[in-house]
Design a protein around this ligand. Structure first.
Ligand SMILES: [Zn+2]
Ligand SMILES: [Zn+2]
Length: 329
């Protein structure tokens, strides 16, 4: 089967992968749609490392086309969404319930489809049935493709303890931040987001979300929590944080370094929170998706998988009307 990998020069190309026979616990899925994630772009831009030769893609929906002999509760042609975080279930971390900290069956950490295991930028995908969730008919494929990002956002909400009535600032207003803003609004949390690109500010405003240029932020620190969705905004985050507030890390930038002002954190009773991967939050994310009617509108562009080069080219242009781009298998 052919799938889309990044080669040793971090460029996308096709590779032929030999599938072993489906084992008794596995499911085979015909991939319908697979989202391109910011982490895929970070690899292309040289901001993040990735093993070469792994089929990318980890935000996917599809239909079941084959079931292993011991799989129950799922059926052929069923619409499903895939959880890419494929914890072993057997290591000390998993046994303690912290599956997001899985040490991996091989000792190399959590297996993530599309990152360190073959993923969904392909016509078909196989995984253990426990990582396959039914997608109800009331959710579109487009909304389904955003369930994995929603699980990531939900993880931030509950690890940071964000609650109704708070005022939260999000630095950056890319696809993941917009998912977060929709969810926080639904939870009764007031948000303001920053965005340098004027066209993207308009996209947020059309969704009824408050968004401003970084220069237009209030002069006084007013926020009880600041979420850095860019990955290199901690100086700005601390200037906007009220006493007793928390900074939440939610963006990747390998090269970023922050001179930690320890005393400022101490006297202001600030905390800083790294949320890591979500821990079995997929059912929660699916039910949250049902409550967010605007979610599917974040998918602005679809390309055939064969046309991946145009999809990556569009994303590299940072165009203002482009939010979530998906590849259709
Ligand atoms: Zn992702
Ligand atoms: Zn484990």
């Amino acid at each position: 089967m052919k799938g889309l990998i990044f080669n040793a020069k971090r460029q996308p190309e096709w590779a032929e992968i030999n599938n072993s026979p489906l084992n008794e616990r596995q499911v085979e899925i015909k991939v319908v749609m697979s989202g391109i994630c910011g982490t895929d772009l970070a690899v292309l831009r040289g901001k993040e490392d990735a093993p070469s030769g792994i089929i990318r893609g980890h935000e996917a929906v599809g239909t079941i086309i084959a079931l292993g002999s011991s799989v129950s509760g799922l059926y052929i042609v069923q619409r499903v969404v895939i959880d890419p975080n494929q914890y072993c279930g057997d290591c000390p971390a998993c046994r303690s319930g912290a599956t997001h900290l899985c040490q991996g069956a091989d000792g190399h950490g959590l297996a993530i489809a599309g990152v360190n295991r073959h993923g969904t930028f392909a016509a078909r995908f196989r995984c253990d049935a426990r990582f396959v969730y039914p997608l109800s008919d009331t959710l579109s494929w487009e909304a389904g493709v955003l369930i994995e990002p929603l699980a990531c956002v939900w993880n931030v909400v509950h690890r940071a303890g964000l609650i109704a009535g708070e005022q939260v600032l999000l630095l950056g207003s890319g696809p993941m931040s917009l998912v977060a803003q929709l969810l926080l609004r639904q939870l009764g949390i007031a948000t303001l987001a920053t965005e340098c690109n004027a066209g993207r500010r308009d996209v947020a405003r059309r969704l009824g979300l408050a968004c401003c240029a970084p220069e237009a932020l209030p002069a006084e620190p007013t926020f009880s929590a600041v979420i850095d969705t860019v990955g290199n905004q901690l100086e700005l985050a601390s200037r906007q944080l009220r006493r007793g507030g928390r900074i939440v890390l939610f963006g990747f930038d390998d090269g970023y370094r922050y001179a930690f002002p320890a005393k400022q954190f101490l006297v202001n009773a600030w905390s800083i929170i790294g949320c890591g991967e979500y821990n079995q939050d997929f059912n929660q994310a699916i039910s949250l998706a049902q409550s967010l009617p605007d979610l599917s509108s974040l998918v602005t562009h679809k390309f055939n998988l064969d046309d991946y080069a145009h999809a990556f080219e569009l994303l590299s242009q940072n165009s203002h009307d482009c939010i979530k781009v998906v590849l259709v298998s």
